[in-house]
Design a protein around this ligand. Structure first.
Ligand code: ATR
Length: 275
């Protein structure tokens, strides 16, 4: 029951009304027996929002687009990995002191490592936005050989330099013997369900395909990969794990992963039926 002791958490972003984070966190809070609620805040003025977090004593905040990078100068402290990725997706309010973390990279790592030992693997990473940055830095921690490919070459080159990896256009990815391919672009996201970031012929049996897009759950890329016998990892895996890592930072306890995924699946299925 919500009462005077209830702790407030939330996500700040814009747009934010489509966010699945309230589903992840409210379900987990309930199961963990915590007197806490998690709301979505559509923020126009980031500075005002930060004042609000401090002023109202909001305990923990998720940060999403377009603020993951912009928020850094407003925080009192930012952990080293988040600084390197240049993105914060989690804030903890420690008595008015706001500390920033990044859990996207460990969410990606956990999702991948459930299926494959990443150490030294050759990975094609598609994209150069915030998500690709987090995944790229995660791969670096496992000494992967990364081949980055982004539609806009200049943007791709900047990230490739930071990751100390090569950058190639999609057209030259074909024929490459990769162990893993990761889509960290938004290509294939609803309502563009029939788009794929890669021509089918790039996919080879035995490869592992991970997509960060979670709506639809089975993107065209994953459907095509599955059809030729690739192992696939859908967008729910990274999403649920970055959320679980946030909960662990806020509460010190690891929530039940399977239940988080169940909640997300149910919500996404409902959305898909409505679409
Ligand atoms: P996020 O922070 O979620 O990664 P973003 O910074 O907007 O979001 O990045 C989106 C990524 O998807 C970028 O790599 C973008 O490529 P560009 O840098 O060329 O814009 C990629 N992307 C989006 N739409 C695309 C499309 N139709 N074809 C290829 N890449 C696309």
């Amino acid at each position: 029951m919500i009462d005077a002791q209830t702790q407030l958490y939330g996500v700040i972003g814009n747009p934010v009304r489509h966010s699945l984070s309230p589903i992840i966190h409210n379900g987990a809070f309930r199961r963990m027996g915590l007197n806490a609620v998690y709301l979505a805040f559509e923020v126009k003025d980031l500075k005002e929002a930060i004042n609000g977090i401090r002023g109202l004593g909001i305990r923990g905040v998720s940060v999403t687009l377009p603020f993951k990078n912009q928020i850094i100068p407003f925080l009192d402290e930012v952990e080293a990995v988040a600084k390197k990725i240049k993105a914060v997706n989690t804030i903890v309010n420690v008595g008015g002191r706001l500390v920033g973390y990044n859990t996207d990279w460990c969410g990606a790592l956990e999702a991948l490592e459930e299926k494959i030992d990443l150490e030294g693997k050759r990975v094609v990473l598609l994209g150069a936005g915030g998500a690709a940055r987090a995944v790229g830095f995660a791969l670096k921690t496992r000494d992967c050989e990364i081949i980055l490919s982004n539609r806009t070459m200049d943007r791709g080159a900047v990230l490739a330099k930071e990751l100390m990896c090569i950058h190639q256009p999609i057209s030259s990815i074909e024929g490459l013997k990769a162990d893993v391919i990761i889509n960290a672009t938004s290509v294939g996201m609803h309502p563009y369900d029939e788009e794929s970031p890669l021509p089918k012929k790039v996919l080879k049996k035995g490869m592992i395909l991970m997509d960060i897009v979670y709506r639809p759950l089975q993107t065209k890329l994953l459907r095509e990969a599955e059809a030729i016998g690739c192992l696939t990892i859908n967008g729910l895996e990274m999403l649920s794990r970055q959320g679980a890592a946030q909960l662990e930072i806020w509460t010190g306890k690891r929530p039940e992963m399977a239940k988080i995924k169940e909640d997300l699946c149910q919500t996404l299925h409902r959305k898909e039926h409505r679409a």
